[in-house]
Design a protein around this ligand. Structure first.
Ligand code: SF4
Ligand code: SF4
Length: 456
């Protein structure tokens, strides 16, 4: 990049750190403008989804549930069990590839517009801060002033609301992991009955409170691994928030460039950087500086877009396209991967059976000239209907003895039991015979399962 400031001291250390490694608090001016309004409306939808998704039911079934304890995941109404790890990994891979494709094409737009960290920090906590403590200059004055009654009241009010929201956030996350029914059941019980769960909830809330009150933008600038990947994902064709140095330089009120060096774009930046220094890891593409610079351009009677969403090639050559070889290749791979995921999802069996000999038990020789083996059976009903199931031995001849021959499994549930299989000696040709079970529902064979039977 040519024509930019010769001062490159910003490369020495993160912008929110002083020469001695201490924290430099970022006081961000409240953004205002077209892009900020769009971002606010978009964040309302995301927050609504975050809070409302666990309550959405489709035909009485959850829309979202990440039940780690039962190893049962419902994502957009589709249920995945531990046995579906392969299908789930295809979905995860598709998601990761989508993020890569999105980043190659649109840079860190996800961070500024959809990442929960930014949504909560910029659209919830910071807005409350503006409301209670005022804009950035007032906040600076308040933080650096003496502990007056006004300061105590404002700080108390702000931190009380922050604590309340942190607890509420943790509980919404709990709804995602345990479902509203279990959450309400737990919440109505005395705390002493779920003391460890309650303490964990308080601990997580404490971490949220600390992040949004003190640690803040450092999550994006120093901790988030996705942010660190930008260096390899972005290229000169990626659309990012960028400064048109060809138009802006040489900067200054009495110079030829359009940039009047008012530093308004810096004052509004939530990570405290100066976008005129070029693409930086700390930029989360929130577009606050775009709005701020557009407002300055309008005031001085120049065209908007000195800072805009564009690629480096777009700035250099005056034209840009979102397509390049990399994102075309990623799109093809993503399409293949996602199609394979949909195919495996739609073609997976309605039930998933596992029958294994009970560990530690060998075989038993019985007086009626039969040999018996003990098995554990586990059947997962992946459908949204209750299923009456029966287990029969298809080959060789023999008899199953289990408590009740009919197994009714509720929708999205798992059945577990133990049974004994008796096979006459005459049917056994070796010490390890293959046995085939049939799982029937309403007299219809829906799955067969092969395993081994040991004998002398
Ligand atoms: S807001 Fe615009 S004019 Fe002001 S310093 Fe930033 S780029 Fe230059
Ligand atoms: S440089 Fe602009 S887009 Fe990037 S984080 Fe700062 S304000 Fe947001």
């Amino acid at each position: 990049m040519t024509g930019v400031s010769k001062d490159i001291s910003f490369r020495d250390r993160p912008i929110n750190m002083d020469e001695r490694g201490g924290r430099k608090w970022v006081y961000a001016k409240k953004p205002k403008g077209r892009w900020y309004t769009r971002r606010t409306i978009f964040s309302w939808f995301l927050l609504l989804f975050f809070i409302g998704a666990p309550f959405i039911k489709i035909n009485g079934n959850s829309f979202i549930l990440l039940d780690i304890a039962s190893r049962k995941f419902i994502i957009f109404g589709a249920i995945f069990w531990a046995q579906d790890a392969f299908i789930l990994s295809l979905l995860m891979l598709s998601f990761v590839l989508f993020i890569v494709l999105f980043t190659v094409t649109f840079g860190r737009l996800w961070c500024g517009w959809a990442c929960p960290q930014t949504i909560f920090l910029e659209m919830v906590f910071r807005k409350i801060e503006y409301l209670i403590e005022g804009d950035y200059k007032k906040q600076h004055k308040l933080n650096n002033g003496p502990w007056t009654a006004e300061k105590i009241v404002k700080k108390l009010a702000k931190h009380s609301v922050f604590v309340f929201i942190s607890i509420a956030m943790t509980n919404v996350f709990l709804l995602w992991f345990m479902g509203p029914e279990k959450w309400f059941e737990m919440a109505s019980e005395p705390i002493s009955e779920n003391l460890s769960g309650f303490l964990i909830m308080l601990g997580v809330s404490g971490v949220f409170y600390w992040i949004y009150s003190f640690f803040r933008e450092q999550i994006c600038t120093m901790v988030c691994p996705y942010g660190r990947m930008q260096g390899v994902l972005l290229d000169s064709k990626s659309i990012i928030v960028t400064y048109d140095y060809k138009r802006g330089e040489p900067r200054g009120a009495k110079r030829d460039g359009d940039c009047i060096d008012c530093r308004q774009c810096v004052s509004v930046c939530p990570t405290g950087i100066d976008i005129r220094n070029g693409t930086q890891l700390e930029c989360i593409n929130c577009t606050a500086c775009v709005d701020q610079c557009n407002s300055v351009m309008r005031t001085i009677g120049k065209d908007e877009g000195l800072i805009r969403l564009d690629s480096e090639d777009g700035i250099k050559h005056g034209h840009s396209t979102i397509w390049n070889v990399r994102n075309k290749a990623y799109s093809v791979v993503l399409l293949i991967l996602f199609s394979f995921f949909i195919y495996t999802l739609l073609s997976r069996p309605a039930i998933e059976t596992t029958i294994l000999r009970t560990p530690g038990l060998l075989y038993q020789e019985n007086a009626d000239n039969t040999i018996s083996n003990v098995y554990n059976v586990k059947i997962v009903n992946k459908t949204h209907d209750k299923m009456p199931l029966e287990l029969h031995l298809i080959s060789p001849k023999g008899e199953i003895k289990m408590a009740g021959s009919t197994m009714a499994i509720n929708d999205q549930s798992m059945y577990e039991s133990t049974f004994i299989l008796f096979i006459p000696r005459s049917e056994l040709k070796s010490d390890n015979t293959e046995v085939v079970f049939g799982i029937y529902s309403n007299d219809k064979l829906i799955e067969t399962y092969k395993t081994s039977f040991v004998s002398p």
